[in-house]
Design a protein around this ligand. Structure first.
Ligand SMILES: [Fe+2]
Ligand SMILES: [Fe+2]
Length: 243
């Protein structure tokens, strides 16, 4: 059972209140207009597009498992209560993406590399601090980033709206990670920066790079972009106590 600061309990209680007000799964009217047009982007193949949506579904479901593991670690209290709200959110997000795939008349088909990477993160050897770092800070942070990127570059009005709505929930989950990670690191200090770097680059390559034009990958532009983005992530993690 984790001993934590009162300040963290207060912040997490605030996030539970926000979840009750903001979570899209609790809204009396469905915030998604399912009558919006579906227009898959012309710069991705049909298979790539289905894979991208499938990877999102797989990520949502894996996050539910990470939350359940963290609940078992925390035991009863506000942290577990927040995670209960998050599990409801993630299940709802998975359901939204699944409905979208059904509207495309396609089956879920995630990248095997993504399943392996996430499976390793959920491995029973992964400690609570590593789980919080992976799922709540890195992957939730990436989800928010990718959803903003999708908003700019995806042509499909329905998909854009889904991501805009889901992003608010994900930002709350990432905020929980930023409150909890320093607490967990105090209890269980260990060098995780190299592990985090490897995980971040592997995720970025699977989730973004595989959709890029090979000429862009070969030009070194992607590597430069990833290194620049990782520098920002590393600064964030250092500020949260990761070494
Ligand atoms: Fe989610
Ligand atoms: Fe989330």
């Amino acid at each position: 059972m984790l001993k934590t600061e009162d300040a963290s309990h207060v912040k997490v209680t605030g996030l539970i209140d926000k979840a009750a007000e903001q979570a899209i799964c609790h809204q009396s009217q469905d915030p998604i207009d399912w009558n919006l047009p579906i227009q898959p982007p012309d710069w991705l193949s049909d298979q790539q597009y289905v894979r991208m949506v499938s990877n999102l579904i797989y990520g949502e479901k894996a996050t539910v498992k990470a939350c359940e593991k963290l609940q078992a670690y925390f035991g009863p209290g506000s942290y577990t209560d927040f995670l209960t709200s998050q599990i409801q959110d993630e299940q709802h997000h998975a359901h939204i993406y699944e409905r979208y795939l059904q509207m495309l008349d396609r089956e879920i088909d995630p990248s095997p590399e993504w399943c392996d990477l996430i499976g390793d993160c959920l491995d029973h050897h992964t400690s609570p601090v590593a789980l919080m770092l992976a799922f709540h800070v890195l992957l939730e942070g990436e989800a928010v980033f990718l959803q903003k990127l999708i908003g700019k570059h995806m042509s499909c009005p329905l998909f854009r709206q889904m991501n805009d709505k889901i992003r608010t929930d994900e930002a709350r989950h990432a905020a929980f990670g930023r409150v909890m990670l320093p607490e967990l690191i105090k209890q269980e200090p260990k060098g995780l920066m190299t592990w985090a770097r490897d995980l971040w680059f592997a995720s970025a390559n699977i989730l973004v790079a595989e959709y890029l034009d090979p000429a862009i990958r070969a030009s070194g532009m992607l590597d430069h972009w990833l290194e620049t983005r990782w520098a920002g992530q590393e600064e964030l993690l250092s500020g949260l106590g990761v070494s």
